[in-house]
Design a protein around this ligand. Structure first.
Ligand SMILES: [Cu+2]
Length: 279
């Protein structure tokens, strides 16, 4: 029985935060839930009590009550106090949800290319301005992740992956969320709130994962018939392993590009029915 209660609460509360922003959302949600639970039980309890205690009896005459000033003032004041407490708590937690912290000791060493500064009021950077920035591209029906390391403008030549985002632990990761077609919604519950991927717009969020782990999510905005298949996974690994993974990723993409170049040259050199070329 003792383990049933936490399990029930876990069902009703957000995924336990694996990132400071998700942790703050989780705390706020639970505080509100517990206050609401106490009020719910008190109100329903009083209602149940009144139903039983004052049910219809032969010869009973209902008491005629014309207000109770003290009671009315106290429940108005109590509601106001609860509202005030929730507002203060929310504003106290808000900055830890919106503003990314610096990468922790032992985090990935971030090069200059991760230090992109461009005009935006909604893009939050850690106090020292250093974060690993990953572009999240929503497209029907797969998530694409573009990592730093572009060799040409517009992120061309950068290493990328589909469906699974790999990130270093202890490192502040900022996300630049965009869409290639329709509106999608980026959501990994354990790593913070939902962010829409809207064509023509950039939305920003961040997370920071302390320990290696795998976090699952799913496109949270109905985007077409393949929506249900549009899953996303974030895999956090130690920074050294991440560097190796990224280098391998880059090597595989370069290899594939080189192969494609050879294929193209072969096709271009062919004549006749086998030739597939651009006019
Ligand atoms: Cu989608």
């Amino acid at each position: 029985m003792s383990h049933l209660l936490p399990a029930t609460f876990a069902f009703f509360t957000p995924a336990h935060g694996a990132s400071p922003n998700a942790q703050s959302i989780d705390t706020l949600y639970k505080v509100t839930l517990y206050i609401a639970l106490v009020i719910f039980v008190a109100v329903e309890g009083a209602l149940g009590y009144a139903l039983v205690k004052f049910r219809k009896r032969k010869g009973a005459v209902a008491a005629q009550i014309h207000g109770n000033t003290r009671l009315e003032i106290s429940w108005t004041a109590a509601a106001a106090v609860i509202l005030l407490v929730l507002a203060i708590l929310t504003f106290a937690k808000l900055s830890s949800i919106q503003n990314p912290p610096n990468s922790g000791p032992g985090g990935a060493v971030l090069g200059e290319q991760n230090n992109l500064i461009y005009a935006s009021t909604s893009r939050k950077l850690p106090p020292n301005g250093k974060a690993l920035n990953i572009t999240v591209v929503g497209r029907q029906y797969i998530w694409q992740f573009v990592y730093p390391g572009a060799t040409e403008p517009d992120e061309l030549g950068a290493p990328y992956s589909y469906e699974e985002m790999v990130v270093p632990t202890k490192t502040t990761v900022t996300l630049n969320i965009v869409s290639a077609d329709v509106v999608h919604s980026w959501w990994i519950p354990a790593l913070g709130g939902k962010f829409q991927a809207v064509p023509g717009y950039h939305n920003y969020t961040w997370f920071k994962i302390e320990k290696p782990g795998v976090f699952h999510g799913q496109c949270a905005n109905m985007c077409g018939r393949g929506h249900a298949r549009m899953i996303a996974t974030v895999r956090a690994i130690p920074p050294a392993q991440f560097d190796a993974w990224l280098a391998e990723r880059k090597r595989l993409i370069e290899e594939a590009n080189a192969d494609a170049k050879v294929e193209r040259a072969t096709l271009d050199s062919q004549t006749g029915p086998g030739r597939v070329g651009n006019p």
